[in-house]
Design a protein around this ligand. Structure first.
Ligand code: F6P
Length: 473
């Protein structure tokens, strides 16, 4: 069955910037492991666990050399980054250059030569760590934009490996990509893989164009020929563990917690929810503007309607993120100042990260989920919401610019740059009949159940095996 959990005999070595667990220091000076944020971890953890594989990555705090250890059925190989590496490779090149560039310049990319050198250096260290860890002929699956040079560096050291790369974020059109001063080197790095996976067909097409434009590669459909080697670039839309989320959301304690949460939010007629990393690509400001105008216009009335906005802390040392946090907090303050009743805020703003049990209860409690990024590789929050709504209630307002919009066609699709259009979609979602909500939700749930994270991993690893076999003759 296509979406049975993976049962590979060959352990998969996942290489990602972050480990699936972060080390966080406690006030008493001790350290504790906590699940890292983001969809990448949620999607890949089951793959590594199912294959009894290894995860190579950074533990989330600088200057903390740690020995490999086992956790939740995975071998964890920590790679230490210094404070300078974090500033230049992670906050700098990854999140100050590539992140805004790849998200269609929703922020201003900074091209800093020192950051690029650090990116090269850290990518080389990741490649060395994998070389030491991977057995003969192992499958190595490199993740995301922070590690785009690893495939070629690894192939140079270890031609025996089967190397896959998956890009979790968008790959931009060539006119945007071509601004990158190191555009050729980055594409050459990716061409070291046997298979390069993207979220959307459009991302794969953009990459094929970049391979032709920067390296003179020849492409035929999804096949790329370059330097006497053949590889493939294609779309593999990532997903969630739909069955596990469905099971979690059906638990009596989750259902009870959802009721309690609604009560704690003042038993509103309509509870609207937003769940994002606090990132400028997520469209939080545009969404708040639309919501604020709906209250100003008298279309929605707190406390009958409340908005709960979860904004989990992210990349807090990067200036753009600090600025965004300030802007979000100003607008939340203004809406609350104008529209809250005593003891009943119009917007509940939670700058926190919650465990998955609490998230499932929040999803069940919410009548409307707003997922309105300006640009997003996939957005797994939208899929998590659908997977949790076994009761077939709830309306999803979804940005056309999220990868998930390709699949979740029964959501209420919006252009998040269009404030009037977003207001209209929120009005429709709030007023939706239970029959229409159920019809849309049934269709969304079928899609997410069928194309789940196991199917994604099987499809990618199956395609990787085929490319690698044809290469090995
Ligand atoms: O999906 C994009 C991504 O950058 C992942 O690579 C990462 O795991 C997640 O978002 C969270 O970002 P960060 O590791 O920078 O906190």
């Amino acid at each position: 069955m296509a979406n049975a959990p993976l049962t590979s005999d060959t352990p998969v070595v996942v290489v990602a910037n972050r480990l699936p667990v972060d080390q966080v220091s406690q006030p008493d000076g001790t350290a504790q492991w906590r699940t890292s944020p983001g969809g990448l971890v949620a999607a890949l953890e089951p793959v590594v666990q199912a294959t009894k594989g290894t995860w190579v990555g950074w533990p989330g705090v600088p200057d903390t050399p740690l020995e490999p250890f086992d956790v939740d059925g995975m071998r964890i190989v920590p790679l230490d980054l210094s404070a300078e590496d974090v500033a230049d490779y992670y906050e700098g090149f990854s999140n100050g250059t590539l992140w805004p560039l790849y998200h269609d310049v929703t922020g201003e990319p900074v091209f800093e030569r020192r950051w690029w050198e650090s990116y090269c250096d850290v990518n080389a260290r990741f490649a060395r760590a994998v070389d030491l860890e991977a057995s003969e002929g192992a499958i190595v699956w490199v993740q995301d934009y922070q590690l785009q040079l690893v495939p070629a560096l690894l192939r140079e050291r270890r031609p025996d490996l089967r190397i896959g790369f998956f890009d979790h974020i968008p790959f931009p059109g060539y006119e945007i990509y071509a601004r990158l001063p190191w555009r050729r080197q980055v594409v050459e790095g990716l061409l070291g893989a046997d298979l390069v996976g993207f979220q959307r067909g459009g991302d794969a097409a953009n990459f094929l164009r970049a391979a032709r434009g920067t390296c003179g590669a020849a492409t035929r459909g999804s096949v790329i020929e370059c330097g006497g080697r053949q590889l493939r670039a294609a779309a593999f839309p990532i997903s969630v563990d739909a069955a596990a989320l469905d099971e979690l959301a059906r638990r009596p304690e989750t259902i009870q917690r959802a009721r309690t949460l609604r009560h704690e939010f003042g038993d509103p007629e309509t509870l609207i929810l937003g769940v994002d990393r606090l990132d400028y690509t997520k469209g939080i400001l545009h969404r708040l503007r639309a919501y604020g105008e709906l209250l100003d216009d008298g279309d929605l009335h707190p406390p009958e309607t409340v908005l709960v906005q979860v904004a989990s802390p992210s990349r807090e040392r990067v200036e753009e993120y600090q600025r965004l946090r300030n802007e979000v907090e100003v607008i939340v303050g203004r809406i609350n100042g104008d529209h809250s009743d005593l003891g009943h805020p119009a917007v509940h703003y939670l700058h926190q990260t919650f465990p998955k049990e609490e998230m499932a209860a929040l999803y069940l409690a919410a009548d409307v989920l707003l997922v309105t990024p300006l640009r997003d590789g996939m957005n797994l929050v939208a899929k998590e919401y659908v997977a949790c709504r076994h009761d077939e209630h709830g309306a999803l307002v979804l940005s056309e610019f999220a990868g998930a919009a390709d699949e979740l066609r029964q959501a209420l699709l919006v252009n998040p740059w269009d404030i009037d259009g977003t207001k209209e979609a929120i009005r429709r979602a709030v007023a939706i009949t239970p029959q229409e909500a159920a019809r849309r939700m049934r269709s969304l749930r079928r899609r997410v159940a069928e194309f789940d994270v196991h199917r994604w991993a099987n499809a990618f690893l199956g395609a990787l095996a085929m490319v690698a076999e044809s290469r090995e003759g």
